[in-house]
Design a protein around this ligand. Sequence first.
Ligand SMILES: Cc1cc2nc3c(=O)[nH]c(=O)nc-3n(C[C@H](O)[C@H](O)[C@H](O)COP(=O)(O)OP(=O)(O)OC[C@H]3O[C@@H](n4cnc5c(N)ncnc54)[C@H](O)[C@@H]3O)c2cc1C
Length: 407
Amino acid sequence: MSFDIVVIGAGPAGLCFTRSLAGSGLRVALVERQEEAALSAPADDGREIAITHHSRRLLRELGLWARLREEEIGTLRDAMVLDGDDRDGLMFRHGEAGTEQLGWLLSNHAIRRAAYEEVMALPEVERITGVRVEAVRTGNEGAEVVLGNGDTLRASLLVAADSRFSETRRAMGIAADMRDFGKTMLVLRMRHQVPHEQVAWEWFGHGQTLALLPLHDAHTSSVVLTLAPPAMRELLALDDAALEAALAERFGQRLGTMTVAGPRCTYPLVGVYAKRFVAERFALLGDAAVGMHPVTAHGFNFGLLGEDLLARELRAARAAGQSIAAPALLARYERRLRLATRPLYLATNALAGLYTDDRRPARALRKLALGAGARLSPFRRMVMSGLTAEHGGIPAPLRRLRPPRWV
Ligand SMILES: Cc1cc2nc3c(=O)[nH]c(=O)nc-3n(C[C@H](O)[C@H](O)[C@H](O)COP(=O)(O)OP(=O)(O)OC[C@H]3O[C@@H](n4cnc5c(N)ncnc54)[C@H](O)[C@@H]3O)c2cc1C
């Protein structure tokens, strides 16, 4: 079977990228190992994704936003960062950015569902689900993907969006920097007595990191707790009533009574940055290229940025009758995505390291960092513009070079 592009991985990044190519004239095969039923009704994985203004614009253009139900969209008005036992933290207010809110919160499974619905409506996309990828090859002549059912797919370009632990990246011989933070993150939706007032909390306590992400309902939030694995195992052994009491205690009773309102989902914390994003007739996308630590809430936002950059390049090449796998095109994609993501990837790892280290020098350093952050307006501006800017962090000279999306 022959296509213009084979995409491996129908996660949020692979789906949004496939949707971005709609109407371009490019024939796409989307390969996913999960079954169709799991893709059309994705399971709740507990993740609430903070969406920047730039990402929201892209989700609107892709038609996903209109497919989200009102109760699936949370408002991220302001954000507060607390350190240790401090009662007053560093506050990031929407007003400083000149916007009505800092961002939005969407459930990951709602994003996946909406993206899948969009892709299902595309006649030029062949969905190949419930299959394993046995082998991939790319060369001068084209790309080939051998599936577990014996079929071989041929294409001009292969795009891998198959998670931060991408098997395709490895099969293509592309190495990645990986940082294992040695911690586990629990995400759990909870109802609480005190309203959240649409303020997100990031609380760096001693021996734990806690976050609260405000959801649509004023008394429901996503609780995000990072602990060392043994402590997390102990916590997860508790029944709901004991877990609720333990979490209310960890929040210093600031939210009043808390009750479990969703599944308990845990994730190992590993940051991944591929050494290269492209190879001959090949590109990495989403977490397969840049797998962020969730503390700065940018993984999917970068996934959207990347799919938009690559899709624009491909559409422009197709419209001009040029090769969609030209080395210069792929090199441009790599350069732009690297420039837009590398600084925050490194800063996030440094921050995550600093805030999960409870030794005295680290504690002192973060007190200093938070104090400076509260006072220095350039630092505040950098954080605020990461959330609220419409350009998604792409440096100004590169923005001018981007081809328009709808060529
Ligand atoms: C707890 C948590 C909180 C987060 N919060 C935020 C946030 O606030 N903001 C934000 O922007 N990001 C956030 N993220 C990151 C965000 O969830 C990810 O960046 C995003 O889901 C990555 O999408 P993806 O499509 O690249 O990869 P994935 O979601 O991992 O999807 C990969 C897909 O590829 C498929 N696949 C894998 N291997 C193969 C194969 N060999 N063959 C076929 N198919 C395959 C998988 O089945 C899957 O469907 C968070 C992440 C976590 C864990």
